[in-house]
Design a binder for this molecule. Structure first.
Ligand code: AMP
Ligand code: ZN
Length: 470
């Protein structure tokens, strides 16, 4: 079976292009990661999920050993300094604790771990090296303990966001500072005061600007030029524009990454979910508190809810979308209950593969998954039906869905107020009542459990199993 060709919408060219890796044996992707000063919100979950599916698809197409996915951790930033001071803890304590929760969140969303998760503070030497190259080549200048990128020194600046310098000046909130030659010039390095984190550098003790961090980490782990660079649409300008400026000018290359991919926003009432607007829901509170719809939600539900929309389109955040996704997952998990393992010889459904290869057409892929689900039942029977179930599961896996066991899926959804031991006790009491032919008592217990949302199934061997019904 031939593999469909991958096409990607490239923000750089504003067109869907055939994806051709620089080296098929080493396909390289960099995605901007979190600034670990506070819990990630479910808007931040969107790029995590989108690029996780792309990573899975690339591994499927090129082989797991031939793909390298780097997602950084920004652990030096003024927001981090401010939050640590406010909480009276060290910066390291804050970033360690926040990163730990972040890693748990991403795992709960069913994402694979990237091959490398570099930390900015471990790449200061590379940042200094890039800044030195920029100064030497006339693209940056030091002034007052700062180093700034000289934007007019790069005629192609603005190529990604397609804005002219005049438009940028009109649209951006530029910091006017005496040490800046031009208003658009941006900070590569800045001085640190006593008590602020800082590193020795040729320009005195200081710390990096945000943009230089990603240029340094992608260089160290993926090289001067690599295949895919991703993030949310808000990163196009200025962050990604500035990354391109730094890397291309430092390395004397036209290209930093060949394909730039950006996900659309998760919105609340038409506005981007963001920390600054205060309209956010953290992944952590969705998973672990009962603030939304009065209950906790499995990460997989959020994942499927997001995959129902094209990755470049906005999504409106609603609890209803979670409810719908959960119902679907209930059906899907039941379908694969009898097949716990994978079957290597089962091929990925070609239509499903084609949908994903068409610039990650998630809605189409999910609708094909629905039809694979329906096919995996009568009139097919026996081995044919089992193979159809495997085919359905294989496709679901590529979206990072149905990765767990069916029993675990229903068990994790047991309402917390229900104690599993209580349920088992009631089931034993019911079995005893049945043995004594006390049908009224047996029915009463079954109704009591039903009222708690527990459905019973009497098996042929005389045992009774249970599951949570919603
Ligand atoms: P930040 O911590 O703001 O740098 O964001 C981390 C990642 O989440 C970046 O790729 C952002 O573009 C992305 N992001 C932030 N807010 C949203 C949102 N509401 N919807 C989708 N992506 C977002
Ligand atoms: Zn970045």
């Amino acid at each position: 079976m031939s593999t469909p060709a991958l096409k990607i919408y490239n923000t750089l060219t504003r067109t869907k292009e055939a994806f051709e890796p620089i080296d098929r044996n080493n396909v390289r992707m960099y995605v901007c990661g979190p600034t670990v000063y506070d819990y990630a919100h479910i808007g931040n979950a969107r790029p995590l999920i989108v690029f996780d599916v792309l990573y899975r698809l690339l591994r499927h197409l090129y082989g797991p050993k031939h793909v390298k996915y780097v997602r950084n951790i920004t652990d030096v930033d003024d927001k981090i300094n401010a939050r640590a001071a406010q909480r009276g803890i060290t910066i390291r304590e804050l970033t360690e604790a926040t990163n730990k929760v972040f890693q748990e969140d991403v795992r709960a969303l069913g994402c694979l771990e990237p091959d490398v998760q570099p930390r900015a503070t471990e790449h200061i030497a590379q940042m200094i090296a890039i800044i030195e190259r920029l100064i030497e080549s006339g693209h940056a200048y030091a002034a007052d303990g700062h180093v700034l990128f000289d934007v007019p020194s790069m005629p192609e600046y603005g190529r990604l966001s397609r804005r002219s310098l005049d438009e940028m000046l009109a649209g951006a909130r530029v910091d006017v500072a005496p040490y800046k030659r031009g208003d658009m010039d941006f900070v590569l390095w800045k001085p640190s005061k006593e008590g602020e984190p800082g590193w020795e550098s040729p320009w005195g003790r200081g710390r990096p600007g945000w943009h230089i961090e990603c240029s340094a980490m992608s260089w160290k782990h993926l090289g001067e030029t690599f295949d895919i660079h991703g993030g949310g649409i808000d990163l196009v300008f200025p962050h990604h524009e500035n990354e391109i400026a730094q890397s291309c000018c430092a390395f004397g290359r036209d290209v930093m990454a060949r394909y730039w991919m950006h996900n659309g926003f998760l919105q609340v009432e038409g506005e981007k979910m963001s920390k600054s607007l205060g309209n956010f829901v953290t992944i952590h509170e969705l998973l672990h508190t009962e603030k939304f719809g009065g209950r906790k939600w499995p990460g997989e539900v959020l994942r499927l809810a997001m995959l129902r929309t094209h990755y470049r389109q906005p999504i409106d955040w609603t609890v209803k979308a979670l409810e719908e996704a959960e119902k679907t997952l209930d059906d899907w998990y039941k379908k694969v209950e009898s097949i716990e393992t994978d079957k290597a010889e089962i091929q990925l459904d070609p239509d499903f593969a084609e949908a994903l290869c068409d610039d990650l057409n998630f809605p189409k892929a999910v609708s094909i998954l629905h039809s694979l689900y329906h096919k995996a039942g009568p009139p097919l029977a026996g081995k044919e039906q089992i193979d159809a179930k495997y085919r359905f599961k294989k496709a679901a896996h590529l979206l990072g869905l149905l990765q767990g066991r069916t029993s675990d899926w229903f068990e994790q959804r047991t309402p917390i107020e229900i104690d599993k031991q209580d349920i088992e006790k009631l089931i034993s009491a019911r079995l005893a009542a049945r043995a004594a032919k006390n049908w009224a008592e047996s029915d009463r217990i079954r109704d009591e459990l039903a009222a708690m949302g527990i459905a019973l199934k009497d098996n042929k061997d005389g045992t009774t199993t249970w599951e949570v019904k919603r």
